[in-house]
Design a protein around this ligand. Structure first.
Ligand SMILES: Nc1ncnc2c1ncn2[C@@H]1O[C@H](COP(=O)(O)OP(=O)(O)O)[C@@H](O)[C@H]1O
Ligand SMILES: [Mg+2]
Length: 276
């Protein structure tokens, strides 16, 4: 066939593979029509999906778990049949960087002059991967992180047979049950703080899964900061306030956040700062 012929063959089969992946993604995602596809996923993202499949990280997409403005999460499986969540950060969101500056203060991975939006988002995905790994390795219940490649993060799927666990927000437990769940959530905040040395920083009933009253998982750790972040204490107070707000709303007599903060950190809570 000759070198030239081989090269052409490989190039064309790659194009075919990319088109095939695109079709599979479209098939799984009814909220996405073909004409909008290129706006949501650029060519580099498609190539990254291809790369991950080629490496055998996952075999195919089987459905869409979530379709947000900033990321889409697909349900996938690897060849061992393990269920995966594949989070793809969208690269077309020009607001992305602005809304994250608070969380990257002092993080040298982000404070590069002239850093492109694309590079920023890739670094953001790596950051969520790192945070998940730190939390997971410290025994905090979070999805197990498998791989990150550019703007794509692969983690274990929380749920079974393609059905994700309910978010805390979606649960309807009794007051006695919620009291148990509340204890678990505060316990996880403490383990994250003490064991992993990080603060979730976007904790609420939307980023906690609770398959039953006694089991909780924290998800969405991209904004989590290490205790060295200058605003870590403020974020911790905000997380506690959000958690308390939810549990108060379902009738729990919560422990006030200031005293939880003191027990956890041994220090005084920071003043509440309102946006200017
Ligand atoms: N590992 C996972 N397993 C199952 N479902 C998940 C997983 N991670 C996220 N989800 C689902 O996808 C939704 C969005 O994920 P999240 O990481 O919170 O991203 P964002 O809030 O930035 O869109 C979650 O509310 C949850 O329903
Ligand atoms: Mg979320």
């Amino acid at each position: 066939m000759g070198e030239e012929g081989e090269r052409l063959y490989r190039k064309l089969s790659r194009a075919e593979a990319l088109a095939d992946i695109k079709n599979r993604m479209l098939e799984k995602d009814r909220s996405l029509d073909a004409s909008a596809f290129e706006e949501v996923f650029d060519k580099a993202t498609l190539q990254s999906v291809y790369e991950l499949m080629r490496r055998g990280i996952f075999e195919d997409f089987y459905g869409v778990v979530s379709a947000g403005k900033e990321s889409r999460i697909y349900y996938a499986r690897n060849k061992n049949g393990e269920e995966l969540a594949v989070k793809i950060y969208l690269v077309n969101n020009t607001e992305f960087r602005k809304t994250r500056m608070l969380y990257v203060a002092g993080d040298h991975n982000f404070e590069r002059p002239g850093m492109s939006l694309r590079k920023f988002i890739d670094a953001w995905a790596r950051r969520e991967f790192r945070n998940l790994k730190t939390a997971f390795d410290s025994g905090v219940p979070v999805p197990k992180p498998y791989t990150v490649h550019r703007n794509i993060l692969v983690m274990s799927f929380l749920g079974s047979d393609g059905l994700r666990y309910p978010l805390l927000r979606e649960t309807r437990y009794s007051r006695e049950e919620y009291l148990v769940t509340y204890g678990k959530v505060i316990d996880c905040v403490a383990r994250l703080y003490r064991g992993a040395g990080i603060v979730h920083s976007d904790l609420s009933e939307f980023n906690i899964m609770a398959p039953n009253p006694e089991i909780v998982y924290f998800i969405d750790l991209s904004q989590a900061v290490s205790l060295t972040n200058r605003y870590a204490q403020i974020f911790l107070m905000r997380d506690l306030r959000n958690v308390n707000r939810f549990f108060s709303s379902v009738g729990i007599d919560v422990q006030d956040e200031e005293s939880i903060f003191r027990e956890l950190t041994g220090g005084e809570p920071p003043p509440e700062l309102t946006p200017i």
